[in-house]
Design a protein around this ligand. Sequence first.
Ligand SMILES: Cc1ncc(COP(=O)(O)O)c(C=O)c1O
Length: 380
Amino acid sequence: MRTIANELKAQGLQVINFAAGELDVDTDELVKEGARKAIDGGHNIYTPTLGLPELRKQVAALVTRHAGVAYAHNEVGLTAGAKQALYNAAMVLIDPEDEVIIPAPYWVTFPTQVELAQGRPVFVDTRPHGYQLLASDVQRAITPRTRALILNTPNNPTGAVYGREELAKIAALAIEHDFWVIFDECYASLVRAGHRHKHILAIEPRLKERAVLVNSFSKSHALTGWRLGYVAAPAEVIKAMENLQGHTTSNPSSVAQYAVSHALAHDDGSFIAAINRALDERLRQALAIVADMPEVKVAPPQGAFYLFLDISAHLGRRLGDLVVADVDQFCELALREAQIALVSGAAFGDPSSVRVSYAIAPGDVVEGLHRLRRLLQRLR
Ligand SMILES: Cc1ncc(COP(=O)(O)O)c(C=O)c1O
């Protein structure tokens, strides 16, 4: 898709990229200030593997505030993005043939990491319930080999924010059947107006000894490229992760750590609040256009910055001689015919949908969705 997009751009066509998994804004000025200080202060050497002691304390305080359960500095660790935190979790917790329950649609990396640890992903379909995960469906997926459940709320790709009641029941299942809950809350700071991220530990504090909390500054501070995330878990799990990380990547970027430490010390919440306001407005405009798309279903997202559009009614239709057999083909057609880059739902385990990021320039959101609407109207 990227090759086609580049070809089209070389022909002078304006390609609208709905595929990015990141915010389109510059990082917080506080982060830049902290980075400049770190560079000028000569902080060019290794830090401890799981991060600067001061930052670990700050992160422990942050997690304590969000989870409503006390975390100490030896129960948290800094990683090169949430991705490394998840990878560490997979490697230290999953043995060959262990089963890991993953709600589908899912973020692409989850099943692959489970497979890298030689575990087996077991998918639970959330589509029948507007992408909400039901505890009863989790219960049906549990076997004696169940080792973990990966929860991602707010969700990529669907934008669902899981509700309190189901989270409470899911936490009870994890305690009863003794499996880990890997709680990926990378988008916790990005919730749409009228919604709130619900923390599973705030709902069920007893889950702490079975919980691995994964978060990241990638989205909350718009610094995906700087690579800084974190994990919170029981101290012995963090220790195992330290051993693994010490022999794989060592510490995450020292400059990024100093930068975020400075930002956390001075953060007043205004950076992310402005982003959320802008995203609320973009989503409002986007949903108005989607409402006019023929036979497209959407569950209005409650968090993150994606629209997950069910276009299954259009699969099997034609544009001229071309039959749009599946969603991958639809994405290629959308790029060639309408110069819009979408992400195929097949990558997320849902071959009926496409993912659209609305965290791009407001004009592009509107123009790109109109192009999509016109393309769908041409299919017969
Ligand atoms: C659900 C989810 N988890 C984890 C990540 C990884 O984030 P990071 O950039 O912090 O590694 C992403 C990135 O898009 C994501 O969508």
